[in-house]
Design a protein around this ligand. Structure first.
Ligand code: AP5
Length: 224
C-alpha cells in the first residue's frame, strides 16, 4: 500500500489537534505539529524558541525561514519515511511550495489535505474554553470536552493550563492571520486536486468518522 502523507488544514481551534490524535492512532503515522514543536522550543529556551516566542504570543506566524528548515528536516527522519501527518504546516504559500519541492525531489507526494472548516464565532468559543495538559498534551474544553475532574488531566492528573495565545485579543489576531496568510492554501491545494473538506462544527467523533471514511475511499480508488 502507498505511503499516507497527510496535511491537516483549518483555522485555529478547528479541531486539528483533536482529530490528529485519532488519525495517527488509526493509521500509525508520526504526528508532526509545528505548534507543539515551537511551544517545546520556547519552554526549553532553544534558539528557535527564543526567536519564535514574541510572534507566537502576538498570534502572528513565525517567519517562514525559521519554520521551513525545521519541518523539512523533521520529514527526513526515519519514522516519517512511510507516511506522516502534518498539523500547522504549511501555513503560507511559500511553506507549501517548499514542502512540494522537497517531496518531489524525493519522489514522494501528498496523499490528501484535510480541511476542517468552522466559523470564526465557533473558533472564539472553542479557544476561550480550551485547556491543555502541558505534560501529556491532551486537549480539553471546559464545556464541550471537560476532564473527569476539574482542572486536571484524565491521563496522569497533571494540571491543566490555558495557552498564552488563547487570550481573547490574541485569538482575534490569529483568526485574521489565518484568513490572510493560510486560507490561500485552500485554493492552492484545490487546484492540485488534493483538498478534502470536513464540517468541523460536528462533534469530534463524527468529524473523525468522516475523515476515516474519506481516507478509506481514497484507498479504494487507489489514489493512495
Ligand atoms: P498551532 O499550535 O498550530 O495553533 P493553531 O493552528 O492556531 O491551532 P490550535 O492548536 O489552536 O487549534 P486546533 O485546530 O488544533 O484545535 P484543537 O483540537 O486544540 O500554532 C500556534 C502558533 O505557532 C501560531 O499562532 C504561530 O505563531 C506558530 N506556528 C505554528 N505553525 C506555524 C507555521 N507553519 N508557520 C509559522 N508559524 C507557525 O481544538 C480546540 C478546542 O475545541 C479544544 O478545546 C477542543 O476540545 C475543542 N474541540 C475540538 N473539536 C471539537 C468539536 N468537533 N466540537 C466541539 N469542540 C471541539
Amino acid at each position: 500500500m502507498a505511503e499516507l502523507n497527510l496535511i491537516l488544514l483549518g483555522p485555529p481551534g478547528a479541531g486539528k489537534g483533536t482529530q490528529a490524535e485519532r488519525i495517527t492512532e488509526d493509521f500509525n503515522l508520526p504526528y508532526i505539529a509545528t505548534g507543539n514543536i515551537l511551544r517545546a522550543a520556547v519552554s526549553e529556551g532553544t534558539e528557535l524558541g527564543i526567536k519564535a516566542k514574541s510572534f507566537m504570543d502576538a498570534g502572528a506566524l513565525v517567519p517562514d525561514e525559521l519554520i521551513i528548515a525545521v519541518i523539512l528536516e523533521r520529514l527526513q527522519a526515519a519514522d516519517a519515511q512511510d507516511g506522516f501527518l502534518l498539523d500547522g504546516f504549511p501555513r503560507t504559500v511559500p511553506q507549501a511550495e517548499a514542502l512540494g519541492t522537497q517531496l518531489a525531489g524525493l519522489e514522494r507526494h501528498l496523499s490528501a489535505v484535510l480541511l476542517i472548516d468552522v466559523t470564526d464565532e465557533e473558533v472564539v468559543r472553542r479557544l476561550s474554553g480550551r485547556r491543555v495538559s502541558a505534560k501529556t498534551g491532551r486537549v480539553y474544553h471546559v464545556e464541550f470536552d471537560p476532564p473527569k475532574n476539574e482542572g486536571v488531566c484524565d491521563i496522569d492528573g497533571s494540571r491543566l493550563i490555558q495557552r498564552d495565545d488563547d487570550k481573547p485579543e490574541t485569538i482575534l489576531n490569529r483568526l485574521a492571520v489565518y484568513h490572510e496568510q493560510t486560507e490561500p492554501l485552500v485554493g492552492f491545494y484545490t487546484e492540485l486536486g488534493l483538498l478534502r473538506r470536513f464540517d468541523g462544527a460536528r462533534p469530534p467523533v463524527e468529524v473523525h468518522d468522516h475523515i476515516r471514511a474519506q481516507i478509506a475511499t481514497l484507498r479504494l480508488e487507489d489514489r493512495i
